[in-house]
Design a protein around this ligand. Structure first.
Ligand code: ADP
Length: 636
C-alpha cells in the first residue's frame, strides 16, 4: 500500500461474484439497460445532493446545475457516465460497490437453484443496478468524490468484475461520480451517438435533471440535452405514454419488470400534492421483513427529501411504490415530524383511497391481472382489516379465497361471489381455517356442508386466523367458523325436516348418553366436553372449539410460535351413525373401550393437522387393534 494513494486490492463479497455471473448470463439479450441503471443511480445521487444542500448550501461548490453527462470514445472503446451529484467517499465505495447491502440478499441467494436458466428469471426480482455494467464492460473505472470532501479525497475504484477490485485515493477537483466502461468487443455497437440517444430516450426520458451529450452534427459544437428533463409526475397525464410510466417505475422502484398498474393523481385546493403510485408485478424478497423499506419517495416542490417514507402508506400497502410531491410541507421535514403531521395524515389517506380504488377497478375489469396481484400481495392486504377498522368492507371486497365451490387451491372466490351464491335462508358465510389447503379441504368438519351443498371458504394462510377474528361480517352476513361452537344449519333448510330431525336427535342423544359419559371420563384430561353431532357423515369424530374459545388452529399457531396457551380444551364431537361408534356402544371390555376412545380422539386431532402428545402410544394402540382384529378373523 503506497502512502500517497493508499492503493489496495480488495475482494468482493462472495455474493457479488455470484450475482455478476448470473447477471451477465441473464441479461445478455437486454444489454442496453446498463445505461438506464447508471443514469438512474446518477439521478438518485443528484437528488441526495440537493437534499443535503438544503441545510448546507456550500455542498454545491461552484457547480450548482445538476446534470448527467454521457460520452463515448470510439478509439478507446469507452462509454463514460458522469454526474455532479453527491458522490462517494472511500468507505461508501467499499460498502456500495464491493458488497450488496440490499435487504433480502440472503433470501435471494437461498432461492437460487444453481440452474442458470431458471435463476435468470429471478434476477429481475432482485433488481440489477450498478453491476449490470459488466454485461457490456470488461473493465469499469469509477472515480468519485463526495460533496463536502476536499479534492485530495477523491477515490478511484477499478475492477474487471472477477474476484476483486482496486481502490486508490486520487486528486479529484470535481464533485460527483464518473464511471468509465471499457467495452467488451461484442458491445461495440454502443459506441454510437444515435444508439445512445435512443436508449436514453427509451428508458431515461423521465429523469428530472438534464442528461447531456455532445452535439454531433457537422460543425456543431457544445452540449445538448437529450431527455425532457422535467419531473414526469408534473407533466399532464394525457401526454405521458404507458411506456414512460413503466420506465419511471423501474427507476423509482429499482425494479426490472414493468408494474401491474399505476395511478397518477394531482390534488388541488387547500392541500396540494401530486402522487404517482404503482403496484409492482412481483413481491420483493423482503416483503415479510419487518425492517423492510417502504416504497414511497417524498418530494417537496420537486426536491427529493426522503426515501422510504413509511408514513405515506399504511403498512398493509407497503408493497406500493412511487412518489408523492407535496407543495405544503417544509423542505427540512424530518422523519420525526412526519410522524405527527396533519398534512401527511391527509396525504396518506388520499393515497390509500387511490390505491384501494385502483385495486377495485383492476378486480372489476381485469380478473387475470388481479389474480396476479392477489397471489403476490393478498396476504399483505389482509393485514389491513387487522390494522385499521374504517375500511373493513372495502378491503373485504378485495379479498379472494379458496372455496369448496370449486375446491381449487387458487384463491379466486370473492365474498361477493359467495354471497351471490348463498341460497335463501342461509344465515352465515361459512369458512374453515387450517394450516394447509389440503387439511382444510379434507376436513371432517366439511362433511355435512358438502352433504347439504353449502359453500365453505377454505382459509389456510397463517394470517387468516387473525383475519377472521377481525372481520366479523360482510354485506350484513356474519362470518362463521365451521369448526367452532355448535352447528346450527337448520335455518338453512326447508322447515318440514325440522320436526323429524329433532325427534331423531333426541333418540340418539338418549341412546348415546352412557357412552358419551364414559368417553368423557376417559378423555377428561384432553377434552372439555363430549357430545354427539350431525355435522359428520363419513368420519367418526371431530374436534371443535367452544363458541367463545380461541379457534383450534389459532391455538396451534400460537403454540408453534412458543407462546404459552391458557389451554382451552376442545370439544369432541362424535358421529353416532359411524360404524365405530355403533360398535363401541356394545363394547363390554373396559380396556378396549379405553383404547378406542383414545384412538378416536387422536384421529380427530390428526385430521385437523394437530400434533399428538404421544404419537407412539397412538401407533401402539392401533397395532394392538389390528392384531386383535386379525386374530379374531383367524378364529372365525
Ligand atoms: P441500488 O441503486 O439499487 O441501491 P446499485 O448496485 O445500483 O444498487 O448501487 C449501489 C449503491 O451505490 C447505491 O445505492 C448508491 O448508494 C451507490 N451509487 C451508485 N452509483 C452512484 C453514483 N453515481 N453516485 C453516488 N452513489 C452511487
Amino acid at each position: 500500500m503506497s502512502v500517497e494513494t493508499n492503493k489496495e486490492t480488495l475482494g468482493f463479497q462472495t455474493e457479488v461474484q455470484q450475482l455478476l455471473d448470473l447477471m451477465i448470463h441473464s441479461l445478455y439479450s437486454n444489454k442496453e439497460i446498463f445505461l438506464r441503471e447508471l443514469i438512474s443511480n446518477a439521478s438518485d445521487a443528484a437528488d441526495k445532493l440537493r437534499f443535503e444542500a438544503l441545510t448546507d448550501d456550500s455542498l454545491f461548490e461552484d457547480d450548482p446545475d445538476l446534470k448527467i453527462r454521457v460520452e463515448y470514445n470510439k478509439e478507446q472503446k469507452t462509454i463514460t457516465v458522469l454526474d455532479n451529484g453527491i458522490g462517494m467517499s472511500r468507505e461508501e465505495i467499499i460498502d456500495n460497490l464491493g458488497t450488496i447491502a440490499k435487504s433480502g440478499t440472503r433470501q435471494f441467494f437461498e432461492s437460487l437453484t444453481g440452474d442458470q436458466n431458471k435463476d435468470s428469471q429471478l434476477i429481475g426480482q432482485f433488481g440489477v443496478g450498478f453491476y449490470s455494467s459488466f454485461i457490456v464492460a470488461e473493465k469499469l473505472e469509477v472515480t468519485s468524490r463526495r460533496a463536502g470532501l476536499s479534492r485530495e479525497e477523491g477515490v478511484r475504484w477499478i475492477s474487471e468484475g472477477k474476484n476483486d477490485y482496486s481502490l486508490e485515493t486520487v486528486d479529484r477537483p470535481k464533485r460527483g461520480t464518473k464511471i468509465v466502461l471499457h467495452l467488451r468487443d461484442e458491445a461495440e455497437e454502443f459506441l454510437n451517438g444515435h444508439r445512445l440517444r435512443a436508449i436514453i430516450n427509451k428508458y431515461s426520458d423521465h429523469i428530472s435533471i438534464p442528461i447531456v451529450m455532445d452535439k454531433e452534427g457537422e460543425d456543431e459544437k457544445g452540449e445538448e440535452t437529450v431527455n425532457s428533463a422535467t419531473a414526469l409526475w408534473k407533466r399532464s397525464k394525457k401526454d405521458i405514454k404507458d411506456e414512460e410510466y413503466d420506465e419511471f417505475y423501474k427507476h423509482v422502484g429499482h425494479d426490472f419488470e414493468a408494474p401491474l398498474a399505476h395511478v397518477h393523481n394531482k390534488v388541488e385546493g387547500k392541500l396540494e400534492y401530486t402522487s404517482l403510485l404503482y403496484i409492482p408485478a412481483r413481491a420483493p424478497f423482503d416483503l415479510w421483513d419487518r425492517e423492510k423499506r417502504h416504497g414511497i419517495k417524498l418530494y417537496v416542490r420537486r426536491v427529493f427529501v426522503m426515501d422510504d417514507a413509511e408514513q405515506l402508506m399504511p403498512a398493509y400497502l407497503r408493497f406500493v411504490k412511487g412518489i408523492v410531491d407535496s407543495d405544503d410541507l417544509p423542505l427540512n421535514i424530518s422523519r420525526e415530524i412526519l410522524q405527527r403531521n396533519r398534512t401527511i395524515d391527509s396525504i396518506r389517506s388520499g393515497c390509500t383511497r387511490k390505491v384501494l380504488d385502483l385495486l377495485a377497478d383492476m378486480a372489476l375489469k381485469d380478473a387475470e391481472k388481479y389474480a396476479v396481484f392477489w397471489k403476490e400481495f393478498g396476504r399483505v392486504l389482509k393485514e389491513g382489516v387487522i390494522e385499521v377498522t374504517d375500511k373493513q368492507e372495502d378491503l373485504a371486497r378485495l379479498f379472494r379465497f379458496a372455496s369448496t365451490y370449486d375446491d381449487k387451491e387458487e384463491q379466486a372466490v370473492s365474498l361477493e361471489d359467495y354471497v351471490a351464491r348463498m341460497p335463501e335462508g342461509q344465515k352465515a358465510i361459512y369458512y374453515i381455517t387450517a394450516d394447509s389447503f389440503s387439511t382444510a379441504k379434507n376436513s371432517p368438519h366439511l362433511e355435512i356442508f358438502r352433504d347439504k351443498g353449502i359453500e365453505v371458504l377454505l382459509l389456510s394462510d397463517p394470517i387468516d386466523e387473525w383475519l377472521t377474528t377481525h372481520l366479523n361480517e360482510f354485506d350484513g352476513k356474519p362470518l362463521s367458523s365451521v369448526n367452532k361452537g355448535e352447528l346450527d344449519l337448520d335455518g338453512n333448510e326447508g322447515e318440514s325436516e325440522d320436526e323429524d330431525k329433532k325427534k331423531e336427535g333426541e333418540k340418539l342423544e338418549k341412546e348415546y348418553q352412557d357412552i358419551v359419559k364414559r368417553i368423557k371420563e376417559i378423555l377428561d384430561e384432553k377434552v372439555k366436553d363430549v357430545r354427539i353431532t350431525d355435522r359428520l357423515t363419513t368420519s367418526p369424530a371431530c374436534l371443535v372449539a367452544d363458541e367463545h374459545d380461541m379457534g383450534r388452529h389459532l391455538e396451534q399457531i400460537l403454540a408453534a410460535s412458543g407462546q404459552s396457551m391458557p389451554g382451552s380444551k376442545p370439544i369432541l364431537e362424535i358421529n353416532p351413525k359411524h360404524l365405530i361408534l355403533r360398535r363401541l356402544k356394545d363394547e363390554q371390555d373396559e380396556d378396549r373401550f379405553r383404547d378406542w376412545s383414545n384412538i378416536i380422539f387422536d384421529q380427530a386431532l390428526l385430521s385437523e393437522g394437530g400434533k399428538l402428545d404421544d404419537p407412539a402410544a397412538f401407533v401402539h394402540r392401533l397395532n394392538d387393534m389390528f392384531v386383535e382384529l386379525s386374530t379374531e378373523k383367524q378364529a372365525d
